[in-house]
Design a protein around this ligand. Structure first.
Ligand SMILES: *[C@@H]1O[C@H](CO)[C@@H](O)[C@H](O)[C@H]1NC(C)=O
Ligand SMILES: *[C@@H]1O[C@H](CO)[C@@H](O)[C@H](O)[C@H]1NC(C)=O
Length: 489
């Protein structure tokens, strides 16, 4: 691991200028639309109809059943950005997709967030019966069959040809515990209550399961016993959207899912009490738990949480929670700001301020002194989480410093991730040189990342948080009754 220089640290973090630009027509929004156009044209030219383009070799991959995941994930982004021609072409693909064309089982969670979520969001933005018909067809073909188990808990995979759950008994909290937002919206749009009921029942069942940390659960579960099969607790991948959706489902149902709000509040209290860890440099992170040990490690995937906490804090008028969310936000952003590339590592650890620094190896002490944390996995995977939280902070506080943060991140992405046909992950965020020449690519099309960036620079009345709720895949669902969470710009 290469350590970042002290000079880099000193040069960053203190350059935010007050921004008095008018709220409309921010030229930065147009740059982000151009980034989307660039990625889309590469995908369209070399990978149309496949799930993803590999943006270095211009070859394709199909990680999500080959139904054209990039198209479904991009539908609402195209409508929001006003890319009409691109949208019409995408809609043609959507109309003609055949769910039975796949040879792989459908992963219930991924199909739900990408395909069902993408269809519903596009429908909410521009109602077109074909989108809702496709959504119902998909739900009936591969999502509802997942619940066809002895105890009604959704299986991780469904065999598309037979319409039966596969025999896999392993469940992941975020996968079975965050299907409800999309299915509630499907019920609201169709008037058919089965979808919402079957998904919400799983959440109520989770609430009945014992845990030493109220509201917070291990990530691996057994389908038959419907109980945790290990003690490993994380808010990162495997846990993340479970917590996120408790609040969002409450908001989407206009407060009807009070039990889910209570579950969210309980989980947030436990995050603060058991997972919170402060460094002597003032950073605040959420740790993990295994066998009652607190593991001081986290990663970019957890950086959605500041935005989710701020949304809840603003809605509930909870100033203490606002402070907690802000501490986490600043720390997430600083993991980007202090690196030579301005890109954040995938994972990192740290030394808690209660620990004796000098008892740790020099390399760890040096990292704590120079960057404030200890980078572990140095990839950047085009992840949206910190950008997503910045979007919430900008829209909810109205403070333009968050736009400047988003812009700095976007500039780093442009500089280090852009290829001739799209955007690629980078494998070492600590080496500011040689990144572009790496023979390393990832099949990933980042409509989600660009959507949050774009919406941080549009007029804030566009896709207002008062009127829309965003899924874990950044798909926007219309609130039947507006709420008041955005700043008055
Ligand atoms: C991929 O496509 C772009 C854009 O058409 C092109 O400039 C580039 O050379 C291609 N790369 C490879 C490896 O063929
Ligand atoms: C901290 O650790 C160092 C090195 O292990 C040790 O010499 C020192 O006594 C410790 N300080 C405290 C306050 O425990």
């Amino acid at each position: 691991m290469q350590l970042f220089s002290l000079a880099t640290l000193l040069l960053t973090g203190s350059t935010f200028l007050a921004n008095a630009q008018p709220m409309t027509e921010d030229p930065r929004a147009e740059h982000i639309v151009n980034a989307f156009r660039h990625a889309w044209s590469g995908y369209r030219q070399y990978a149309w109809g496949h799930d993803e383009l590999r943006p270095l070799s211009n070859t394709t991959s199909n990680s999500r059943n080959g139904w054209g995941a990039s198209i479904f994930d991009g539908l609402d982004t195209m409508l929001i950005m006003g890319l009409e021609e691109e949208y019409q072409e995408a809609l043609e693909h959507v109309k003609n997709v055949n769910w039975y064309s796949t040879t792989e089982p459908s992963k219930t969670f991924e199909t739900n967030i990408r395909y069902l979520g993408g269809l519903l969001a596009a429908y909410d933005l521009r109602p077109d019966q074909v989108l809702l018909d496709k959504a119902v067809e998909l739900a009936e073909t591969v999502i509802m069959p997942a619940y066809d188990t002895p105890n009604g808990m959704p299986a991780a995979y469904v065999d598309v040809k037979t319409g039966k759950p596969t025999n896999d008994k392993n469940l992941i909290l975020a996968e079975f515990g965050s299907l409800q937002l999309e299915l509630v919206r499907l019920s609201q749009l169709t008037g058919e209550q089965r979808y919402a009921e079957i998904a919400n029942d799983v959440i109520y069942a989770i609430d009945k399961v014992d845990t030493p940390y109220p509201g917070v659960y291990p990530i691996t579960w057994n389908l038959d016993t419907f109980s945790p099969s290990s003690s490993y607790i994380t808010i990162s991948g495997g846990g993340d959207s479970y917590y996120e959706y408790l609040l969002k489902t409450y908001l989407l149902t206009d407060g009807q899912e009070k039990q889910q709000l209570d579950m969210w509040k309980k989980s947030v209290a436990s995050m603060e009490k058991y997972l919170r860890s402060d460094t002597s440099g003032g950073m605040v992170f959420l740790a993990e738990i295994q066998e009652n040990y607190k593991l001081l490690r986290t990663g970019e995937l957890v950086c959605f949480i500041p935005g989710n906490l701020l949304l809840g804090a603003r809605y509930l008028g909870d100033s203490e929670l606002t402070t907690f969310a802000s501490e986490l936000m600043k720390s997430c952003y600083d993991t980007w700001a202090v690196t030579p590339t301005g890109l954040a590592p995938e994972t990192w650890s740290w030394i808690d301020k209660s620990q004796n620094m000098s008892s740790f190896p020099d390399v760890m002490q040096d990292a704590m002194r120079t960057t404030g944390y200890i980078p572990r996995d140095l990839h950047y995977d085009l992840r949206p989480e910190t950008i997503e939280s910045i979007f919430y902070f900008y829209r909810i506080t109205g403070d333009s410093k968050y736009q400047d943060m988003a812009w700095k991140i976007f500039e780093s992405i442009e500089k280090y991730c852009k290829t001739a046909s799209g955007y690629t992950r980078v494998d070492d965020i600590s080496t500011a040189t040689e990144i572009k020449g790496l023979d390393f690519e990832e099949s990933y099309f980042f409509a989600e990342t660009l959507k949050y960036l774009y919406l941080t620079f549009t007029d804030p009345s566009v896709m207002s948080l008062d009127e829309w709720i965003y899924s874990t895949e950044a798909h926007a669902f219309k609130l039947e009754k507006p709420i008041e969470v955005q700043a008055k710009f």
